[in-house]
Design a protein around this ligand. Structure first.
Ligand code: CDP
Ligand code: CDP
Length: 209
């Protein structure tokens, strides 16, 4: 059983995915983390994340240990991730790992994956597909609060600009762009808190079993 959750940055995908996984006893894979790890490896090696050939080489060499690096949650990592994510060879290199996790999750019960292309490309046959979205202003507000609660310095206008830039790059790339699958349930969380969004999502997911 596979639950696919896609949507733009800070829509609440990860929060929802974690809660659904806990509720159902499924394993959770944050696929954004994989792209962040490739992006950060490029930055650490002093390479331009937009260098497709190098990014593909690093993506092919990625190990699980790379997913636990300390700085993957930074906005620099997010920007670098969205730059390597436009490269078709990078996406192809990361596909097997994601599909393998979905098909054979460690706990054997089921898998929840979140990202940008789970319902469209990685797991087109997922049991349930959610496309979680919210206005860009609400999403920037959430990300700002999150950064502040982690004690990081952040400026509201910069967070908003970063989000718009990533939305634009993610939606307009030709390889697996950010978009809702035709058969996805669209959940606009602009005016819902995390508990309300979870309740709506759980109802939908149960209707698919
Ligand atoms: O994974 P994604 O980037 O889509 O978002 P997230 O990291 O799960 O959520 C971003 C922030 O929004 C978290 O601090 C949540 O507590 C908050 N939030 C939410 O997840 N859902 C709502 N409906 C409202 C707020
Ligand atoms: O947490 P947030 O939603 O801000 O970002 P993320 O899910 O960690 O993803 C970071 C970047 O990786 C995105 O802006 C996408 O460019 C890329 N990504 C992707 O292309 N495909 C995925 N399945 C997941 C992430």
């Amino acid at each position: 059983m596979i639950i696919a959750i896609d949507g733009p940055a800070a829509a609440g995908k990860g929060t929802l995915a974690r809660r659904l996984a806990a509720q159902l006893g499924f394993d959770y894979l944050d696929t954004g983390l994989i792209y962040r790890a490739v992006g950060m490896s490029m930055l650490r090696a002093g390479l331009d994340p937009a260098d497709g050939e190098k990014a593909e080489t690093l993506a092919r060499a990625l190990t699980p240990a790379d997913l636990t690096a300390g700085d993957l949650r930074s906005d620099d990592a997010a920007q670098a991730a969205s730059k390597v994510a436009v490269v078709p060879g990078v996406r192809a290199a990361l596909l097997d790992f994601q599909r393998q996790f979905a098909a054979q999750p460690p706990g054997g019960q089921g898998a929840v994956l979140d990202g940008r292309d789970i319902g469209t490309v990685v797991c087109p046959d997922a049991t349930a597909k959610l496309f979680v979205t919210a206005s860009v202003e609400k999403r920037a507000e959430r990300r700002l609060k999150e950064l502040q609660s982690r004690g990081l310095d952040a400026i509201q206008s910069a967070v908003l600009a970063d989000m718009r830039e990533r939305d634009e790059r993610d939606s307009n790339r030709s390889a697996a762009p950010l978009k809702a699958a035709d058969d996805a349930f669209v959940l606009d969380s602009s005016d819902l808190d995390a508990d309300q969004a979870f309740a709506v999502a759980l109802d939908y997911v149960k209707s698919r079993f």
